[in-house]
Design a protein around this ligand. Structure first.
Ligand SMILES: Cc1ncc(COP(=O)(O)O)c(C=O)c1O
Length: 368
């Protein structure tokens, strides 16, 4: 099968670009002396997770129990659910999962530890947890040492819960960053904060084995902080316009595109593509400092054009002098690749113009 036979809209993965990204991030982690545990929410595909492991990753990260179930079913063995797991139904699923794959979760409260303990005790299993620390994102995660110590005490009381270490997602560092230097300063401050919390706990005799950070924009920087042990970037496998906007990727580093067809040229200067918000995902580019990117994706064949609006099955393109004809096929780099991938059932893997594989996005839509 060649690219020309694929019906649109469809996801294409450029295999050589993907391989370069896998290798570059593994090399970065190795250079820092950190283990790599990539976040699989970006690709939601066991086939790609396996490539990450083959490239040297120690295990994978996921966001939801449902994603972990899909990955475990496909034979992935070492999974961190980098999230709180709350509610009896979910905890029962989690414990059943832990019988099949080495699984750990995050905790940021005493209630979470106690509920996990009860679920584990019912089946006589043990599980490791990481305490989520807020290093600036202001999402989940604890900021104050006394709150972290309360969680440590709850873990010490529990007979089936074991403390692996501390975790943070320093994803906030790219929001409003003015330069690469600014990114570096923010990322390293977040990493440093995690190390300080670990030191404060160790001073109290608490064993902290792992310190896990994770965010693609921060990845070149956070790992330089001494004392960390693991990094969990996700977006790097594919990259996207958000990564281009902070100068960390060019179009040739973006391994995933949405293939679309020009289905109408209804007025001068306007083209309409058959990929709307249900295949591209309607999200604006995060403001960056490396080039102006507006609209809802970057059209490789018409870089001056702007996708000015999306409806569910239409992308309206202001051509700005670019030439596109009805029937032309274009490849669009999504602004934010992770939610875009989640909209699709499979991705076509392309090498030298030929489709060499089709990977199911097996964990798509797994929000529970
Ligand atoms: C907990 C956690 N770790 C790691 C990541 C990876 O971040 P990125 O996709 O920027 O690499 C995310 C992304 O949302 C996350 O929520």
């Amino acid at each position: 099968m060649t690219k020309e036979n694929i019906d649109t809209p469809a996801l294409l993965v450029d295999a050589p670009a993907l391989e370069r990204n896998l290798e570059a991030m593994q090399r970065l982690a190795d250079g820092f002396g950190l283990a790599l545990r990539p976040h699989a929410k970006t690709h939601k595909s066991p086939a790609l997770a396996r490539l990450q492991i083959e490239a040297g990753a120690r295990g994978i990260t996921v966001a939801k129990v449902g994603e972990a179930e899909v990955m475990a079913e496909a034979g992935l063995e070492d999974i961190l659910i980098a999230n709180q797991v709350i509610g009896e139904t979910k905890l029962d699923r989690l414990v059943r999962l832990a019988e099949r794959a080495r699984t750990a979760i995050l905790v940021d409260g005493v209630e979470g530890v106690q509920a996990l303990e009860q679920a584990l005790a019912r089946r006589g299993l043990e599980m490791e947890v990481m305490i989520e620390v807020d290093t600036g994102k202001r999402r989940c995660g604890l900021e104050r040492l006394e709150d972290i110590l309360d969680v440590v005490r709850a873990i010490e009381k529990a007979r089936h819960v074991r403390l692996r270490g501390l975790e943070t997602h320093e994803g906030h560092v790219a929001d409003g960053a003015r330069s690469a230097e600014d990114l570096r300063t923010r990322a390293q401050a977040a990493g440093q904060r995690l190390v300080e919390v670990a030191e404060a706990l160790r001073d109290r005799g608490i064993e902290i084995r792992e310190l896990s950070v994770g965010s693609t924009p921060a990845a070149p920087y956070t790992g330089a902080v001494p004392g960390l042990t693991e990094m969990r970037p996700g977006t790097y496998v594919f990259n996207d316009v958000n990564q281009m906007a902070i100068g960390q990727a060019t179009p040739s580093d973006c391994a995933l595109s949405v293939l679309a067809t020009v289905m109408s040229r209804p007025a001068p200067g306007r083209a309409v593509l058959d990929a709307g918000s249900k295949s591209l995902f309607a999200e604006r580019v995060r403001p960056g400092f490396a080039g102006e990117y507006s609209g809802f994706g970057f059209i490789r064949e018409a870089p001056g054009a702007v996708i000015s609006s999306l409806s569910e099955e239409h992308a309206v393109v202001d051509l700005n002098g670019e030439a596109l004809r009805v029937g032309d096929r274009v490849k669009i780099i999504p602004n934010h690749v992770c939610p875009c991938v989640n909209l699709h059932e499979e991705t076509y893997v392309v090498r030298g113009g030929e489709v060499v594989d089709v990977w199911p996005i097996a964990a798509r839509g797994k929000v529970r």
